[in-house]
Design a protein around this ligand. Structure first.
Ligand SMILES: [Zn+2]
Length: 273
């Protein structure tokens, strides 16, 4: 039985209301994916699904490409936003947890479309041989390095995927720092981006932005719904560490509207009347 508060979040407050954001061009949709597969991870209600069907993912990527979109990494998106560049045809693609189906099912589609992505890894689940948890296989470190050579970027998603707000201070710091150090060692790259496990408002405490800032991270992504924009990014010292995204696994029409801002325009017109 789905929790009523989550259903209320889905149907009453998100994502429609929060689509009222800055105009296209000065905001970037950061799209949130996890597994590209048929694996429902035991969840029956669509709100809980973290899988996107390979056919749906392929259609979404081709839709973006045919509409003239390009992808950037997070650092390039922030740089573009700060410089006032026209980002009306830019999206950032992110994938959580480090499922191996990114390598086997998503990467070909991205390559065909000329797209890149950022993967947020739960470092204890990335091994020398692929780990299987809840019927899902995880990337190996060898996969990670191969993807890195193909232009994929990586970010920290903790060591064990805990709800950060439920941890004591020492554990919170360890989850962030240990995953960050492991990723830096395995990829020989700076790891400037973090992504909160689960990523809802209640899953994050006020302490995490300070930990991330002290370690030298540039940004952190949540699962709250909205565009990344200059105004949102600079609204407070913590706002670079509370960046919203869009997660939509199905409904191709709504996907197009989220990316293009058509839905936002339609709702605005309706309110004007
Ligand atoms: Zn996750």
């Amino acid at each position: 039985m789905p929790r009523l508060d989550r259903l209320a979040t889905l149907y009453l407050t998100s994502p429609l209301v929060r689509l009222f954001g800055p105009e296209p061009g000065v905001r970037v949709p950061i799209l949130m994916y996890h597994s590209i597969s048929h694996n429902l991870f035991g969840m029956s209600h669509p709100y809980y699904h973290i899988n996107t069907l390979p056919s749906v993912f392929s259609e979404q990527m081709r839709c973006l490409r045919n509409a003239g979109y390009r992808t950037t990494g997070l650092a390039e998106a922030w740089a573009g936003l700060s410089a006032g560049a026209d980002l009306s045809k830019v999206v950032v693609l992110t994938f959580g947890n480090g499922y191996r189906d990114f390598y086997t099912d998503a990467m070909d589609v991205l390559t065909q479309c000329g797209f890149s992505a950022t993967l947020f890894l739960v470092t204890s689940r990335i091994r020398q041989t692929s780990l299987r948890v809840a019927g899902a296989d995880y990337l190996t470190w060898r996969d990670v390095r191969q993807l890195q050579h193909a232009g994929i970027q990586f970010g920290s998603h903790t060591v064990t995927h805990p709800v950060m707000s439920q941890l004591d201070d020492a554990s919170a710091r360890r989850e962030i720092e240990d995953s960050w150090l492991r990723l830096r060692t395995e990829t020989s790259a700076a790891i400037p981006a973090f992504c909160y496990p689960n990523g809802g408002v209640a899953d994050i405490s006020a302490r995490e932005p300070a930990i991330l800032r002290a370690l030298g991270f540039d940004t952190a992504l949540t699962a709250t719904t909205g565009h990344a924009s200059v105004s949102a990014w600079h609204s407070s010292p913590d706002s670079p560490f509370l960046v919203p995204r869009f997660g939509y696994n199905g409904n191709p029409a709504l996907f197009k509207q989220i990316v293009t801002g058509i839905l936002r325009a339609r709702l605005a017109m309706r309110l004007d009347r």
